[in-house]
Design a protein around this ligand. Structure first.
Ligand code: ACK
Length: 848
């Protein structure tokens, strides 16, 4: 049938099929990881399947309200013994499939509801297949067919259902594979049941083409062996490049698992919804990576798309080592305020930095000396006679000392400023010139210097301004050093006024001071040396008495204020803290009581994470947040409902790396899935027992969300036992059971009911220690492939569950103990299936 909406149609089926109305679920939902090879609901003409003998299966084709055919095959020879009725499909091409799935929708009549058929009526039919390269002309020989399975109905219908016009449609899916020939036939064998086969859908699963982390992964067919994954290498999308080899694993169900590695957008491109888009004009991206395009930095532009670096505006440049993110810059303006100071032997030139540094910090200066006549256009180079200290080019400080000049000469000094882009500009370098006549008088020396006071660490000095300054006084330079260490090291400071307080001195130590003045024409010579001593403790007290008095007054005032404030905050703060703490403990107690968890006062009990209004609070209360950089994923070891399970290593600062299992939450999850996923961590984090799987922590603040637990080398107990059938002594098996019992006792003491105790949910480490895992209440049951829906609507692993829990969901430590009994049986039988192939219905019936 076409659309999968609930539709109404009528179907008359022999004497036992009811008039059917509102038959939901007749249509199949096809997900994009299924490739359908046959779907009888979409075949328009006759199906044309073969039936043997001719009076066995009957084809009935009805039309739905859209005038499309509904192909049904029915058989109901329940009165006659020894039925052997075959229905064979046409040849089905296997396409790329290795493993195929057959989905059958059918109704089956309950034998008890048909009178007089005891002994002849059956409630199952058999599904067979045969592989073939030939699509035609094959004679039907039952002996060539291989049995896939006996198909029983989960729900059969009775006469009463017929009366109530209730149709119980069963859906069963079986896997077949590996298929090696070009195609195959399916066959349905009836041995005396009352069946209507309403639809058959044959499909295989594939991991569909996908793009993850900017890498493309082609359609991939999963392995036949459902526990192993196909590793697929991705290729980068257009304008992207590989960072770490991008890989995905194709799981048996056609799901892509564990994205590893990635591609990144190349320079000039940025990521937009899974592809790399060129940067717009005016934007650039200089490095490959998953960053966005950035606006061109100041004084740069681009009119093109996909730009990796913006061009500088006219007059602006980028030095070789400038990063693309830096603004374009230009050469500086000329230095300012050049002054000189000259004595008989040395000429000191000083200047201020340029008003415009061009936007850079790498300013340097050069000094060019020229000798000019009266006509300044006729200048000549000063030649090599002069010495510049430290040098005449590449000066970082704003001064230079010129030595070895000749008297009575006019020297013109041009001070140039330059920066990292000056060489890139063709314009002449701006400079400021100063002309110095070498017999000019310097300002006169400072005369007497007085000590105003001295403390242990400071001295206050004052002096008279010089009698002759030859220009405006700019400031005074005071040079000083310890008398004992004369000339080894000295310090200097400046003062605009003719007085200074020098601090940071040693107590009771003699210091030498000399001072010079700086005017617009340069420095004077240094004054004569003056020797002053710092004070000892007594002098300090005297000198600083005034200050101490002020400080003490302030301190007393401050302290009093502090005491008042502290008292105020203590009183109000404590009150608040006390109130908060009390509220918190009260809230917890209420939660406990509400949920029946205040079991044994003083003994730690389990807290249901669902009692937290915000479940993320629960996970952070019970689980440590791990920085993902501490986790190294190595291998995929399986696939869970929420995502893949990997093995790897966890690094803890100051500790050895430990092996861990990492459960991941698939991308694209809903909030609810994330909550359900993390609920397991919130539960596991509350337990601390050698037979309960230990939680190392969670990753919730980055993607993918992960739960990190201790690594159990031998995986789950059921498959471990099946793999090592007969290898252990009874003592060893009982040892495993003892461990599980100990873990379960701990859980029951904590007030936790597991609900899904089974060997598949026990993990085994390399020392054969068994630990209980798979926590999560209802989620566990959703996740468990063994869980089946009960008549009350819940999903329950029937074979492991106590009758009262199946019947009215009475789960308790007592029902966990029932499950433990089943686990004992599983262990001692090396992982055999409890109740072997008995149907769930029969198991429940046997136990109730
Ligand atoms: O039977 P297994 O090898 O054991 O395959 C399943 C798979 O991941 C999916 O659940 C294995 N597994 C789960 N938790 C752990 C763990 N802590 N240590 C080792 N294997 C684990 C499980």
């Amino acid at each position: 049938m076409g659309g999968c909406e609930v539709r109404e149609f009528l179907l008359q089926f022999g004497f036992f099929l009811p008039l059917l109305t509102a038959w939901p679920g007749y249509c199949s939902h096809v997900s994009n990881n299924q490739v359908v090879l046959l779907d009888t609901t979409t075949v328009l003409g006759e199906l044309g399947w073969k039936t043997y003998p001719l009076n066995g299966w009957d084809a009935i084709t009805e039309m739905d309200e859209h005038n499309r055919p509904i192909h049904t095959y029915q058989v109901c020879n329940v009165m006659e013994p020894n039925q052997n009725n075959w229905l064979r499909t046409n040849w089905i091409s296997r396409d790329a499939a290795q493993k195929i799935y057959v989905e059958m929708k059918f109704t089956l009549r309950d034998c008890n509801s048909i009178p007089w058929v005891l002994g002849t009526c059956k409630e199952t039919f058999n599904l067979y297949y045969v592989e073939s390269d030939e699509s035609h002309g094959i004679k039907f020989k039952p002996s060539q067919y291989t049995k896939i399975d006996t198909i029983a109905a989960d729900e059969s219908f009775t006469q009463m259902d017929l009366g109530d016009r209730i149709l119980k449609l069963n859906t069963e899916i079986r896997e077949v594979g590996p298929i090696e020939r070009k195609g195959f036939y399916l066959a349905f064998q009836d041995i005396g049941a009352c069946i209507a086969l309403v639809s058959v859908r044959v499909f295989y699963k594939k991991c569909p083409f996908t793009v993850r982390n900017l890498a493309m992964f082609p359609d991939t067919i999963p392995r036949v062996d459902s526990s192993s994954l196909v590793e697929v290498r991705g290729s980068c999308v257009k304008s992207a490049e590989e960072r770490d080899t991008p890989k995905l694993y194709c799981g048996a169900d056609g799901d892509w698992l564990v994205p590893l590695g990635r591609c990144i957008c190349s320079t000039g491109y940025e990521e937009v919804e899974g592809s790399c888009h060129a940067c717009r004009p005016g934007f650039y991206k200089a490095f490959a990576g998953n960053t966005k395009c950035s606006k061109c930095p100041p004084h740069s532009l681009t009119y093109m798309e996909a730009t990796s670096i913006c061009q500088c505006e006219k007059g602006y440049f980028r030095a070789e080592k400038d990063p693309p993110s830096m603004a374009c810059t230009r050469p500086p303006s000329a230095p300012r305020n050049v002054v000189f100071n000259i004595n008989e032997t040395a000429l000191i030139l000083e200047w201020s930095p340029p008003s415009d540094t061009g936007g850079r910090k790498d300013l340097t200066y050069s000094v060019i000396c020229k000798k000019c006549g009266l006509d300044t256009s006729q200048c000549e180079d000063c030649g090599g006679g002069l010495r510049f200290i430290p040098r005449h080019t590449g000066l970082i400080n704003n001064s230079v000392i010129v030595l070895d000049f000749v008297s009575h000469v006019n020297y013109t000094f041009e001070i140039e400023a330059m920066n990292g882009v000056s060489e890139l500009s063709f314009s002449p370098k701006p400079f400021t010139a100063i002309t110095v006549t070498t017999d000019q008088d310097a300002p006169s020396l400072i005369g007497m210097v007085r000590k105003d006071w001295a403390s242990q660490n400071s001295i206050a000095l004052s002096w008279q301004a010089p009698a002759f300054s030859n220009g405006a006084i700019l400031d005074y330079e005071i040079k000083y050093y310890e008398k004992e260490h004369e000339q080894l090291t000295y310090s200097s400071t400046r003062s605009k006024a003719p007085s200074v307080i020098i601090t940071g001195l040693k107590p009771a130590t003699k210091y030498i001071f000399h001072i010079r003045v700086r005017t617009t024409t340069g420095y004077s010579g240094y004054s004569q040396k003056f020797e002053f001593e710092t004070g000892d403790e007594t002098s300090d007290m005297a000198a600083e008495q005034g200050q101490i008095l002020v400080i003490a007054t302030a301190a007393v005032g401050g302290f009093t204020l502090l005491v008042i404030l502290t008292l105020f905050f203590l009183i109000t703060g404590r009150c608040q803290w006390y109130i908060k703490a009390k509220m918190k403990s009260e809230e917890k107690r209420r939660n406990h009581l509400q949920n029946g968890h205040l079991r044994f006062p003083g003994i730690k009990t389990y807290i249901d994470p669902d009692t937290y209004e915000d479940p993320s609070l629960a996970v952070h209360e019970f689980a440590k947040e791990i920085d993902p950089s501490r986790i190294r994923i190595e291998r995929v070891i399986g696939a869970g409902e929420f995502g893949e399970v990997c093995s790897g290593r966890l690094k803890t600062p100051g500790k050895r790396e430990i092996p861990v299992a990492i459960k991941t939450l698939k991308g694209g999850h809903m909030d609810r899935q994330r909550r359900d996923f993390l609920r397991e961590a919130s539960i596991m984090g509350q337990f601390d027992h050698p037979n309960i799987i230990r939680l190392e922590g969670v990753v919730t603040k980055s993607r993918p969300v992960m739960i990190v637990v201790e690594y159990m080398e031998n995986g789950s107990l059921d498959s471990f036992l099946r793999k090592h059938d007969g290898h252990f002594t009874v003592i060893q098996l009982v040892g495993m059971l003892r461990g599980i019992a100990s873990g379960m006792k701990y859980l029951s003491d904590m007030g936790y009911v597991h609900r899904d105790l089974a060997a598949r949910n026990i993990l085994v480490n390399s020392n054969l220690v068994c630990k209980v895992s798979d926590f999560g209440l209802s989620r566990v049951l959703e996740d468990d492939p063994e869980a089946a829906y009960t008549t009350t609507g819940g999903k329950i692993p029937i074979r492991w569950t106590a009758p009262e829990a199946i019947a009215y969901r009475k789960f308790s430590s007592a029902s966990d103990a029932w499950s433990y009994g089943i686990v004992m049986w599983e262990v001692m039988s090396y992982g055999e299936r409890p109740y072997w192939e008995m149907s769930n219905q029969d198991v429940s019936a046997a136990n109730s």
